[in-house]
Ligand binder design. Sequence first.
Ligand code: MLT
Length: 411
Amino acid sequence: MAFLNENYLKLPGSYLFAEIARRVNHFKEENPEADIIRLGIGDVTRPLPQASIEAMHKAVDEMASSDTFRGYGPEQGYAFLVEKIIAHDYSSRGIQLGTDEVFVSDGSKSDVANIQEIFSSDCTVAITDPVYPVYLDTNVMAGRTGTLQEDGRFANVTYLPCNAENNFIPSFPKERVDMIYLCCPNNPTGTTLSKSELKKWVDYAKANKSIILFDSAYESYIREADIPHSIYEIEGAKEVAIEFRSFSKTAGFTGTRCAYTVVPKELMAYTKSGEAHSLNPLWNRRHTTKFNGVPYIIQRGAEAIFSEAGQAQVQETIDYYMENARIIREGLQKMGLSVFGGVNAPYIWLKTPAGIDSWGFFDKLLNEANIVGTPGAGFGPSGEGYFRLTSFGTRENTIRAIERIQTRLKV
Ligand code: MLT
């Protein structure tokens, strides 16, 4: 008899965005004429930068000739891309990294999901709440948690509530934890941690021999000076943190797939007998065993965003989304709603009006205004009573969505 991984049975039936898609499809079947505007999943709508398109066309042509054809590449990424990443995203901020500390991959979602494999299944986990569901779900799958309790929390997980009352700044766990997931700029709340706040976490991790899994997929949306773009801007962070970065939201690669993860060599974890081991070779072993690298064509497309033209094109797209964020934020504020985020992040997090719960507001918005958003409760119990809208729509749809919310929503 083949036994299944019973940890999967602890999870709710479907992944958050799959559940939303199911509900929207059902609504569409019942209301085939409805003109639905989707501001739910954080998927981009602008085309790839022209510099990436040109680089990928060129790379396709290279694949057509035996002199320039490429088969398997280095699993960790081609040197031409890794070197550009280090120069542009790190050296420029005074952070020194070796080329063997950067691992190019097909996405931060898979990397944040897979990273937990190199940690013992006994490690304790802290997540901010609300949270990008992948951090938690993958730890449930790995058996690091108990079952889902009536209060919406999994047993044996430390939840760090982030809400309007604490200004979306998580407090330190009461009990010591081994792995801490932090996302800044935050998905879903769109809020950020200042350098001094993040430093406190680095100090906590050092004092407790914990490891911070730092997701900075939305780093390119930072506008304010005091928000760290990389956790390694904090002194000593290389000893305690893994960083995840993505081209998805920076350069429109959600469908093209390219990201990278930094695992510094000085980052240590311990055997049960107390021996320190660098995590870098472990992640390298995992990556080279289970992954065959991002396609050459895609890596050339990613490399091109670091060119002068690529940088200007990327900036234009980010400015476009951030203008959408402003339109949403100010439009909702005009209605008297409490709104957070959207200043250093493409997500707007709003308090649902009149005490309506998150899924109730989801249905209301869909029924009354034909707009899809994401219920805060889908990101964790502290997301209850909140709702997320994304600024990744087209300008036209963003304006129409706000007009509809202002005129059709009965609040
Ligand atoms: C989201 O909507 O939260 C994002 O699409 C998540 C992701 O990038 O996977």
